[in-house]
Design a protein around this ligand. Sequence first.
Ligand code: NAD
Length: 506
Amino acid sequence: MTDTAAEAAAVLDRLGVPRAAYTGGDLPVRSPIDGAVIGRVPTHGPADVAAAVGRAAAAFAAWRPVPAPQRGELVRRYGEALRAHKADLGRLVSLEAGKIVQEGLGEVQEMIDICDFAVGLSRQLYGLTIATERPGHRMMETWHPLGPVAVVTAFNFPVAVWSWNAMLAFVCGDSVVWKPSEKTPLTALACHALFERTAAAIEGVPAHLSNLVIGARDVGMALVDDARMPLVSATGSTRMGREVAPRVAARFGRAILELGGNNGMIVAPSADLALAERGITFAAVGTCGQRCTTLRRIIVHEGVYDRLVPRLASIWGRLPIGSPLEAGTLIGPLIDAAAFEAMQKALAQARAEGGTVHGGGRTLADRWPDARYVAPALVEMPAQSAIVARETFAPILYVMRYRDLDEAIAMHNAVPQGLASSIFTTDLREAERFMSAAGSDCGIVNVNIGPSGAEIGGAFGGEKETGGGRESGSDAWKGYMRRATNTINYSTALPLAQGIRFEIDG
Ligand code: NAD
């Protein structure tokens, strides 16, 4: 057994995952750290998916009448369990997704944060009282649980995205069926085992509130097509969203789509360049360029280009790349060989489109022949050509010049995706313009920080090919509930809205 496999087994045991759940199955799980198989997980078929949805529907019927603050108590206790197991779960994220330890821990902290948010929310599922035009009437909104929620997640945030959805769903009175990425089922098994244990210890929590189905695209499709799930929250590539959205729409289901990004930054002449350098570096190479909010394009004013870009090239050349488990590493591996091939293809295309590529090659192949470590790439482009407009899920940062802000904003918005964006400027007018209706067209618009690393308190998501969904904070909870408008007549008359007269003779 390799070190990574042994460590994963030890962590899974401590997290309460039975050995049978990750040994002897048909889906091999590889650690991107060394390419070793660290688990073999049994997958589910369409009949298993249907059964899981059936169990979730039964749990929903039992959970729906439980008062929301009591539902919050379950989530509070789950947050406690996550605190107690943060180190182990964070380590497992590193082992399975290849994130450096700091980022693995950060992802678990994000789960804890959304638990805290959801607990507070469980006492704040407010509806409005609305002025009515009819005398002796009252009009109001009530928010009700929606039903079992399908949650499909990507490999790169293997635990946080589920918790963003599930914790809100649970306080909203819904049950959940989760299909994690086929590349990261172990962390899902761990989260699920912890949740089951927490739920079983609380009186009144029905069995099967949280359900897990394991498998690839076909399992996801079986889930998405099940009309007993009024909401599908799907996180992943735009390609996946294109397949999922029409299927959910065909059965009049609701979808929250969190798809690909191609996140840009404008670096203005007045920018604090030392700050920009740090913001750019974390956002572009953190998680080895495998965040949906990774910085992929910088649009730099021609007056500061020659000061900024050589410095970035020098930083790119000395970033510590290595095992994400080793202290000091800032860039871990790509998830797999396919990600590496996609990166190399994109770099070749960038060269063909006139780009000058710094870095981007494979490294550490001697030490880890079955893993894919890469030097991050910085690519100076003469224009925003076809390759720049595409999301390549790897650490490639395209750099372009601009002359005036109108041109920069137009370039910034001239890609099909609309997730996260930022501007580095100390000019208030520029900052406000970028955030205005005529500025960035993204769901996340930042000033003097990079586009990645969102907090859970805000609504998360983006426009255009990013899918339009919002989850996590703010009022994203409304997506997990159904709204009823109630009008109550406490008078002895029956006035009709719009003043309509409808008198019955006699
Ligand atoms: P992916 O699209 O390959 O897979 C995502 C999930 O969708 C997996 O669980 C997969 O099995 C499932 N799936 C694929 N096709 C499906 C179908 N037709 N029906 C149902 N399920 C299907 O994505 P990935 O490689 O795991 O993740 C990387 C992508 O995810 C990037 O594009 C990234 O930008 C995006 N992402 C977006 C966000 C966001 O919040 N916007 C967050 C994380 C990742």
